[in-house]
Ligand binder design. Structure first.
Ligand SMILES: Cc1ncc(COP(=O)(O)O)c(C=O)c1O
Length: 471
């Protein structure tokens, strides 16, 4: 518990007296701003009301009323006889949607508290599980003493994390040793490293269409020829896949078998086996992105098989199960390739700091509660969004069994035109071409259901109005 002295509070609150409006409201707003800005840490014990009034040069009544307002809105907890502590209210900590999604776009500071109401549905991301994350960070710091004695040069990752990840694959039916795991700063980093290591210029790279735009961004930085394989929420066409592999002979394929971003498609076991077989026959390496694997939103989730085989490398991440700010991902391949990747000059730059890895260890030790909570909220938000969209002749969609977004097919307007009109009404959207190697998919829109139900309701109202009224 941090104690803060009265002059310290006065400095942390800054020039709140210049704000227009009643003093009480300005003081309460200044407290909230100072907390979200980090000038007053959460958990801080406030001085007495009398001391505060003296330091801020206001009446004691003003302080009492401002603190009461903060208490009522969840920013302050008062325990009889032991003072008042600064807290974050539940609506900030117990939400799946990042605060910036519906309160402006200031990542560091949710200043949207007073900022413009922009609804941002361009990113399919969730907020951190606040309490679990802070607890895990605290435990990780407590256990970091032995790390501090080591050189902590970037290498394949903390042994305990590699072991935990290898155990997880093994439990899921894919026997794995820790030396087959390389820890990276996220799945994007794993993909960047693999693309650098595996891409042969003479052969095309097979990507899904649509696909995760971050992977396209990595490939577009290389002189890579991209070959697109269509995917819908219904899935992949096995014949087309086989034909593409046999005729165009890609050297590398990037596939997302588990709740594909953006369609939510889930690859059948039969197709996984076919992919693994085609990869061996066609001398092609498949990078299977399993980042969305935990977000199984089916009513009765069944264990998912891995897309596995001699020519398959899996990549994964904590960013969807936990939080995008925890930059911990990994790749799984054979031990010889891991050793080779350690010689790649990119590897050290794409390796996460040891403390982040310890936090990941803490959170992955038993992720069931976290996973169930994520699934429960996302399922409710997905269903809410689907109900809002249902029945309109303007679009159609297939309810995805998992993942973070719904892939909407528009029947009239193009997605880019619609996104332009929606932006004028305060709704930011991602049109289909962002997810396409050749900038097609002009009649599709990705709608993430990572926002709260209230935001989704407002967003669909804007979407409907922007669809009806071309400007
Ligand atoms: C399929 C897929 N892979 C990778 C990522 C990014 O993962 P990370 O944040 O671990 O780099 C995303 C994020 O949206 C994704 O959808």
């Amino acid at each position: 518990m941090t104690e803060i002295r009265s002059p310290g509070i006065a400095a942390a609150l800054g020039g709140w007296r210049q704000e227009p409006g009643p003093l009480v409201q300005a003081l309460a707003a200044a407290f909230r701003d100072a907390v979200v800005d980090g000038r007053i840490p959460v958990g801080t014990r406030l001085p007495s009301e009398r001391a505060l009034a003296a330091a801020l040069q206001v009446s004691r009544g003003t302080v009492v009323t401002a603190l009461a307002a903060l208490r009522d809105s969840g920013w302050l907890r008062t325990r009889h006889g032991s003072g008042s502590d600064i807290r974050l209210p539940p609506e900030l900590t117990e939400r799946t949607a990042p605060w910036s999604m519906d309160h402006g776009n200031s990542p560091g500071r949710p200043a949207g508290l007073n900022g413009p109401a922009v609804l941002d549905l361009t990113r399919a991301v969730t907020a951190a599980p606040h309490t679990a994350y802070l607890e895990a960070s605290r435990r990780a710091v407590e256990r970091s003493a032995c790390l501090l004695m080591d050189s902590a040069e970037p290498d394949a990752g903390l042994p305990q994390l590699r072991e935990a990840l290898a155990d997880r694959y093994t439990r899921e039916g894919l026997p794995t040793r820790p030396d087959q795991i390389l820890v990276t700063s996220g799945a994007r980093a794993a993909f960047t490293l693999l693309a650098d290591h595996l891409h042969e210029r003479a052969r095309p790279v097979l990507v899904e269409s649509p696909t995760y735009q971050g992977a396209l961004a990595v490939l577009r930085r290389r002189p890579a020829r991209l070959t697109a394989l269509p995917v819908t929420a219904d899935g992949w066409d096995p014949d087309r896949l086989a034909h593409t592999v046999q005729t165009l002979r890609p050297g590398l394929a990037y596939l997302t078998p588990d709740f594909h971003n953006p369609t939510g498609a889930l690859m059948s076991t039969a197709l996984r086996n076919l992919v693994a077989e085609l990869a061996v026959r066609g001398d092609m390496t498949v990078i299977a992105d399993e980042t969305l694997r935990d977000l199984d939103l089916r009513t009765a989730p069944e264990p998912l098989p891995h897309l596995a085989g001699r020519n398959v490398v899996s990549i994964g991440s904590t960013s969807k199960l936990v939080w995008g700010g925890l930059r911990v991902g990994w790749l799984r391949t054979d031990a010889a390739r891991i050793r080779a990747l350690l010689h790649n000059p990119l590897q050290a730059r794409l390796s996460p700091p040891p403390l982040e890895q310890l936090i990941a260890c803490e959170l992955l030790a038993d992720p069931r509660e976290l996973r169930d909570d994520r699934r429960h909220r996302l399922r409710a938000q997905r269903d809410h969004l689907a109900t809002l969209l249902d029945g309109s002749g303007e679009w159609s969609f297939i309810l995805p069994g998992g993942g973070l977004s719904l892939w909407l097919r528009l029947h009239g307007t193009t997605a880019t035109a619609l996104a332009g009109r929606a932006a004028c009404q305060g709704l930011k959207l991602s049109p289909g071409p962002a997810f396409s190697a050749d900038r097609t998919l002009t009649h599709y829109l990705r709608l993430p259901y990572t926002a709260t139900p209230d935001v989704l309701t407002r967003a669909v109202a804007i979407l409907a109005s922007a669809t009806r009224r071309p400007q």
